[in-house]
Write a protein that binds this ligand. Structure first.
Ligand code: AMP
Length: 229
């Protein structure tokens, strides 16, 4: 039971500020969602916010769409604006988990500046590591529900009925940016622009590395253990 006690200590920390960092397909979103429910703080996924803006055809969505479709990163000022607005909402006052942000050094600098202004800080950056062959296999098989957003994998986590969401019966689809060519571009963007953040946060002694291989539950336990250290 000592593991649980350690987790409780982590939970007790006021104003939790965590970042989930990792290449596309590493399982950031899945793990951030579970930890967010466990800690009772919101998960803020810039990818989800952008996809919903694209669906609703807001001016921001229209601007972001072409970047996302090609696997490129959306300009820093757009995502920094999204995060700043989201962090000022009431549900973020006990804490937050950032999933997919920051993705560039300028975004990390903007985040640190905005948190400073609010008298807040990041406690830890969870970096999930997975090798490239595994990433390609994972992203290629990923499917999501068009209604509720639940994510499946055609081999590793298939729905009970092919093409149909277990939770809401919605249709499953493959994200356009999960298709082979776009996926390679996203991995390239990650290597060039996001991977330098590993060094950036490591120098600030905030980095916590967790191997993203194994069952979803095991990885989650490893994340919680790593966060209590
Ligand atoms: P994700 O769901 O996190 O894989 O994000 C999907 C796409 O949204 C990315 O490929 C980018 O085009 C865009 N995006 C999400 N978060 C960011 C970010 N922090 N900076 C720039 N672009 C982002």
């Amino acid at each position: 039971m000592s593991g649980l006690r350690a987790e409780d200590e982590f939970m007790a920390e006021a104003d939790t500020g965590l970042i989930f960092l990792g290449p596309p397909g590493a399982g950031k979103g899945t793990q951030a969602k579970i930890l967010s429910a466990y800690l009772g703080v919101p998960q803020i996924s810039t990818g989800d916010i952008l996809r919903s803006a694209v669906r609703e055809q807001t001016p921001m969505g229209l601007r972001a769409k072409s970047y996302m479709d090609s696997g490129a990163l959306v300009p820093d000022e757009v995502v920094v604006g999204i995060v700043e607005e989201r962090l000022s909402e009431a549900d973020c006052s006990p804490g937050f988990i950032l999933d997919g942000f920051p993705r560039t050094v300028p975004q990390a600098e903007a985040l640190s500046e905005m948190l400073n202004r609010k008298g807040r800080a990041i406690q830890a950056v969870v970096s999930i590591t997975v090798n490239e062959d595994e990433l390609l296999a994972r992203i290629g098989g990923r499917r999501a529900c068009q209604n509720c957003g639940k994510v499946y994998h055609i081999q590793n986590e298939p729905p009970r009925k092919e093409g149909v969401c277990d939770l809401c019966n919605g249709p499953l689809y493959q994200r356009d940016d999960d298709k082979e060519e776009t996926m390679r571009r996203r991995l390239e963007e990650y290597g060039k622009k996001t991977a330098p953040l590993i060094d950036y946060y490591s120098r600030q002694r905030l980095l916590v590395e967790v191997a993203g291989i194994g069952s979803i539950e095991d990885i989650q336990q490893n994340i919680r253990k790593a966060l209590t250290r």
